[in-house]
Design a protein around this ligand. Sequence first.
Ligand SMILES: [Zn+2]
Length: 160
Amino acid sequence: MKESDYHKKWRLKNKEKWQASQRKWRQKNKKRFREYTRRYRAKHNLLDPFRLYKRAIKSKETRERLRHEIFVLLGNKCTSCGFFDRRALQIDHVNGGGNKERKLFRHGYYEKILDAIKEGVNKYQLLCANCNWIKRYEKKEENPIQCRPMGFAEAAVKLA
Ligand SMILES: [Zn+2]
């Protein structure tokens, strides 16, 4: 048995002991450990998880801020029925094509919408979830099959 194999086996067998000793080493050699992880991340092109976390929070904040601005500019309520609880308000594309646009923009989606509204583009409105679904249903916007009303006979077959 090779020396390294022997160690591997020992580590697997004594996992807790091994982890404890690792922890101890890390605490004792904080600087070296930090340097080691830094080098490992650089080599494997990994980002610092804490920085990633901070970045995610920041982008969430940015999205919320942009969303807020858009909502205010679009009147803060459902264009169709006046419903004003933001939790169920959605930005709707008056002439459809929202999904396509979302895929096209991907990053900076809200930013692009906000810029467009500020420039006077008139293709966005706020709709509550109910009105949005009704609109989709009536215009067969997103998915014609999904929006097709189920006939009573069909429903009965499904239930049976
Ligand atoms: Zn509505």
